[in-house]
Design a protein around this ligand. Structure first.
Ligand SMILES: C[S@@+](CC[C@H](N)C(=O)[O-])C[C@H]1O[C@@H](n2cnc3c(N)ncnc32)[C@H](O)[C@@H]1O
Length: 407
């Protein structure tokens, strides 16, 4: 089959044009003129120095691409605003401001291809489940286009913590069928079922319910300043309960047999092991003399490194964080994240999530939810990163909690 016209958005040196005998003419759009200047192209290919999102010519039979992977924080604000507006003006979806660059490029690819065109892109797999791409998925569904997403079995984006995919969207079809599978380096394809790579659905995202909800760990603005080891606590004469309170920044060192965080296990597993486990109580309006002395001793360049601190009126005063009933790790290998019943009311910090229950929730209910989490197969319902690490987002944890609290 010969495709009449091919568009490549973010074409680099136009290397995709080197595939012979399958297209009539190729147009690559690349912002970096250096890449274009040194490119060697076949006669039926051209490279244009331009912004891919400003490219208005459409009607291409195919749009290929390996778009840049830039998280929304890294995107230039003006560029993003113009790009998102232009997409809407051209009949595309209203994407969120949190959309990654490749989501914006993929949407542009859909707009610049003809009604029965084909879009084939090398992009991170995460777009199939991330909330930041939900409008794009909805737009594709509303058009009834077929989607095939193949994850690379090998690590082709080793420097970016994400799993690469080849995503193909067939606009000629109106079946709205989504297929998932794996692809080897050699291009062999194996279909798998749903987006998690198993036969279960990917966990959806849900807002927390007041009866039982997951919350992100506290980010006080630099754990090196706000979280101390026992030795550091003693060195600065900070008193337990008054100047510091227990906190958990990681559950990595806890083995699966431990299920409760009480005074004894906190002492054995965190305090005595020299772990960072004491959160300074600078959430209080008036810290004690000792604590104020500690805070005054933190050199300005140390706290200025953290925007959270630099943006505060008093650099050290963070907002109080509730004491969760359960502590749950966000990252894991295997079937599920580690979790603990939080009997001592430690604060969840950083990548550790907390599960809050309504006041006066019976201990038996907390225990039931905990046992539910300990039995739940998260691994089957999450998109895996290529290095075997899995991550549950807090709103996905809320989906699980909502199921567990009902049971
Ligand atoms: C991941 S590279 C892919 C290059 C090439 N397609 C390949 O596979 O080697 C993404 C390319 O997009 C280009 N790029 C980034 N933002 C762009 C924009 N707004 N418009 C056009 N090109 C852009 C980058 O300069 C880079 O060359």
């Amino acid at each position: 089959m010969i495709f009449e016209s091919v568009l490549d958005l973010g074409a680099g040196d136009g290397r995709f044009s080197h595939v012979k005998g399958i297209y009539g003419h190729y147009t690559g759009i690349e912002r970096d003129s250096k890449k274009v200047d040194t490119a060697q192209l076949p006669p039926n290919a051209r490279l244009v120095v331009a912004d891919a999102l400003a490219w208005k010519e459409g009607g291409f039979a195919v749009c290929v691409g390996n778009p840049p992977y830039i998280r929304h924080h890294g995107l230039d604000n003006d560029w993003r605003n113009v790009a998102l507006e232009s997409i809407v003006r051209d009949g595309g979806p209203q994407l969120k401001k949190t959309a990654n660059a490749f989501v914006i490029f993929l949407t542009q690819a859909l707009l610049r291809t003809r009604a029965d065109g084909l879009v084939a892109q090398v992009i991170p797999y995460e777009w199939v489940s991330r909330p930041s791409a939900s409008e794009l998925r909805e737009y594709i569904r509303a058009n009834g286009w077929d989607v095939s997403v193949f994850r690379f079995e090998s690590d082709i984006f080793p420097t970016v913590l994400t799993t690469a995919s080849i995503t193909i969207i067939d606009k000629a079809s109106q079946h709205g069928e989504w297929k998932f599978g794996f692809i080897t380096r050699e291009g062999e394809i194996r279909y798998s079922g749903r987006a998690s790579g198993t036969s279960s659905h990917v966990l959806s995202y849900k807002n927390g319910d007041p009866t039982c909800k997951g919350i992100r760990g506290l980010s006080p603005g630099g754990q090196d300043i706000f979280v101390l080891t026992e030795e550091e606590r003693l060195f600065h004469s900070l008193r337990k309960g008054v100047d510091v309170r227990p906190c958990v920044v990681s559950l990595r060192a806890i083995d699966e047999t431990v299920d409760r965080l009480d005074k004894k296990s906190f002492d054995k597993l965190f305090v005595q092991r020299g772990a960072k486990c004491w959160l300074i109580r600078s959430d209080k309006p008036r810290p004690s003399l000792q604590l104020q002395r500690y805070l005054d001793g933190v050199p300005e360049p140390s706290w200025r490194r953290y925007t959270t601190c630099a943006n505060r009126r008093l650099w050290w005063q963070y907002k109080p964080h509730p004491k969760p009933g359960l502590l749950v790790a966000s990252g894991f290998t295997g079937k599920r994240p580690k979790s603990l019943v939080n009997e001592i009311g430690a604060i969840a910090v950083g990548s550790v999530y907390g599960v809050l229950f309504e006041p006066a929730t019976e201990a038996a209910i907390v225990q039931r939810v905990f046992e539910g989490l300990r039995a739940y197969d998260f691994g089957r319902r999450l998109v895996h990163h290529s290095n075997g690490l899995k991550k549950v987002e807090v709103r996905q944890l809320n989906t699980v909690l909502a199921e567990l609290i009902l049971n």
